[in-house]
Design a protein around this ligand. Sequence first.
Ligand code: SAM
Length: 347
Amino acid sequence: MSDLEMAFDGESLITPDSIASQVFSSTSPMRDGELAEAKAELALHLRVAEQQFESNTDVGQIMLRLLTGLHNVRNRYSPKIWEQLIPIAQTHAIARHFHEDPFTRWSFEKPRGYSGDAGLLDFIYRHPSKQPMLDAASPMGKAVNAFTSESPACVAVRERRDLLAQYVDDVASSRGGEAEILTIAAGHLREGKMSQGLKNGQIKRWLALDQDPLSVGAVASEYAGTAVEAVDGSVRTVLMRSQTLGTFDFIYAAGLYDYLADEVAIKLSQRCLQMLKPHGTFLFANFADEIPDDGYMETFMNWALLLRSEEDMWRIMRATTEGLDVECSLRYGANKNIVYGIIRKLS
Ligand SMILES: C[S@@+](CC[C@H](N)C(=O)[O-])C[C@H]1O[C@@H](n2cnc3c(N)ncnc32)[C@H](O)[C@@H]1O
């Protein structure tokens, strides 16, 4: 298997190194002196932030200025150049302030060995299990967290959880207690707690599939006695059909496609459509390509994602549905940081 296949086979652990070739791929040639120019620009942003920390400027103000600067540098230069700037930011002295924030530090250290684990998402969801770590943080860590936890990307992820619960409830109420749902890369299935349909017993079966046995175990115990069934499985096991999952009224994946190259994303979407019942719906979410936090996430959080534009989403949907009797649509969340591709089977 080539390095690229390894990284995107839908099973191998997702690390910044494994997805770098995809996220930072670029065909544009480098101008003479472009790297030096970019390094100087980054150094200036980091130096200003350092001076602001020294003079006790409000942390939120420092972060807003720096995040905007990082985002602009990231967009101004080619991905190949930006990739070379990342370690410079990560090893700069100011990184220590950001890593006092338990959320930023968790993302950077990757205690589960891969990016974007369900434990990290629990910081975003403000889950009570994370409160002791936030309480124990230094005043600097708390101030950084007050900013990072309100970033547009985090706001969009909390909204995503609520939207997913709403989709589940809409399906549940339209299927008269017979709704069958499949969540791929379910993490801790936090949207399950928001679902009225699950509470009211309107869901017959809700499979929550994830590759991390810790998350599968957490879902199994948290949802014991409900319609939710935790399943140990991966994109690869779904593609290989190595488990018999059945058919569903609603299948969705959130926080997964951001790590899948188009080829795997299309194959997975096609497989999901095959598992849909007539008139069922498949939904996949992806971070949008213009999120303001991208520079901070890729540097101080070491959290690289495949950000997608509307056209990128349509490309996946077109390739997935060629010749099928379906209706495709696309929507954004309120702050446009997350984009949703939705495919409904018409027969
Ligand atoms: C960013 S979290 C999202 C969790 C949840 N869907 C949410 O929105 O909160 C990503 C999840 O994808 C899972 N994951 C990553 N790669 C996977 C794969 N190849 N197959 C199945 N799950 C995967 C991880 O274990 C993790 O729980």
